[in-house]
Design a protein around this ligand. Structure first.
Ligand SMILES: [Ca+2]
Length: 126
């Protein structure tokens, strides 16, 4: 673990943000954004370098947005899966291992391998 409050749980994500990590179990380089309809193919703060197709674990805390949807291609294209907001829904808001499926299948998740595949992230239900 690197930064963060001592009582922060693994995978916690700041309000208004979605969060992503380079490795499983919320390890390695971390990325996140409060921008809606974010393309990981395009550099923009707070990303310091390319993050496209690099996420291996993710979490979501859209706060006023009930869901966060992760897409396989830029601009919300291709297949996708959905996580809930940590603050709003308090369930199905993180996944420590995208390679074995993403999220909860019955709640908008996916049974496919999502490791190193995500290219855009949209907030929904705002
Ligand atoms: Ca998983």
């Amino acid at each position: 673990m690197t930064a963060g409050a001592a009582n922060a749980a693994a995978g916690d994500c700041s309000p208004k943000y979605w969060c992503a990590w380079e490795h499983t179990n919320y390890q390695g380089d971390q990325w996140g954004s409060s921008y809606n309809k974010y393309n990981t193919t395009t550099y923009a703060p707070p990303f310091s370098y390319g993050s496209n197709d690099r996420f291996s674990s993710v979490s979501a805390n859209g706060t006023s947005c009930a869901y966060t949807r992760f897409f396989e291609h830029a601009d919300g294209k291709g297949k996708s899966f959905k996580l809930y907001s940590q603050t709003m829904k308090k369930t199905n808001w993180k996944d420590p291992m995208l390679s074995n499926g993403a999220g909860i299948l019955s709640d908008g998740g996916s049974s496919e391998n999502w490791n190193d595949r995500i290219s855009s992230v949209w907030f929904e239900g705002c």
